[in-house]
Design a protein around this ligand. Sequence first.
Ligand SMILES: NC(=O)c1ccc[n+]([C@@H]2O[C@H](COP(=O)([O-])OP(=O)(O)OC[C@H]3O[C@@H](n4cnc5c(N)ncnc54)[C@H](O)[C@@H]3O)[C@@H](O)[C@H]2O)c1
Length: 335
Amino acid sequence: MRKVKIGIIGAGGICTVHLPPLKERSEEVELVAAADVNPAAKALVDKYEIPQFFSDYRQLLPLVDAVLINVPTHLHARMAIDALKADKHVFLEKPMTRTLDEAKEVAAAAAQSKGRLQIGFVRRFDDEWEGFRQAILAGELGRPVTWRHVATSCGPQIRWFTEDLQGGGPFLDGAIHNYDFGMYTFGPVQWVFAHLRTINPQYTAFDTGTATVHFESGDELMVAWTWGLPPGSVGGGCFDFLGPRGTLLPRADLPADAIKAQFTIHHGKESRTVESPRRALEIGYKRQMNEFVDVALGKCQPRAGVREGMESMRVALAILQSGKTGNKVHLSEIR
Ligand SMILES: NC(=O)c1ccc[n+]([C@@H]2O[C@H](COP(=O)([O-])OP(=O)(O)OC[C@H]3O[C@@H](n4cnc5c(N)ncnc54)[C@H](O)[C@@H]3O)[C@@H](O)[C@H]2O)c1
């Protein structure tokens, strides 16, 4: 069987998660080359026995059938367009791009390409989040549902993540998983409203605030995050779903050696426990890469592609716009 030849563009943090599952499929995958502007990235490339290393990603394109793009977000568009124009299959980490115009250019290149585009929405492969979704869709909480996610931390300690024109901060980079999963569960977004600010004076992106995402279905997502704490700070959080029939609460107090993760659904005084695999996110990353290999082998379509990438960008950019203007932003305004 002919192997799919894969090239890696950007061999930083997230690549340590993507490479092991690719290596596990060595009968179908050949890791041919990697490109990174940082010579220190070669250590990871050597660890996974990738034979060629370039500083310029364009040198890698003629050698491969498919690429993973794992670089800072503001660099996604140029690389994705070049790869798609060369008819390569592309796994593009989320967010699709930094701006909507860039996302449109990537979408146009994908429409003309023989290559397929997959966006890194790993939560669609996470069985724990899928369990939440199934319970909601089965009507266990009633509708409308309010999903609340409060997360307090110092965020990733790499500067591009909190530069406004590069990573765009947590309301673009991090919470985009929630926007995508929210649409996957509840359907299209009608409007957003956000109060955002920057509490770490070194950052140019909004690093702190609260955003409400209102879906056409009437369901809502509330994201209250900060990445603005000093490094090493103790953070906190809250993650739950509530509706007219009850609540869904993930169990955070399980012992480290518990075999299964659990969440409970409460209806008044009644409650029911649902088990899901421990380390569901870790398994999700592996399943996501397996899907990309299958996409590159022509066996399936990506479950998160151009449409999902674009729609989640529109929500994220509406939230950043609302944070700047103080106004509610209807998704119909983000075109
Ligand atoms: N799905 C997830 O849960 C998840 C988690 C973390 C990061 N990400 C996404 O993955 C992407 C990368 O994030 P990361 O955490 O690996 O960042 P990182 O900063 O750790 O790694 C980025 C790598 O890209 C390299 N790079 C920069 N400019 C380059 C260029 N012009 N050509 C080639 N290489 C270049 C850097 O040297 C670095 O090695 C981002 O889009 C991020 O949002 C997704």
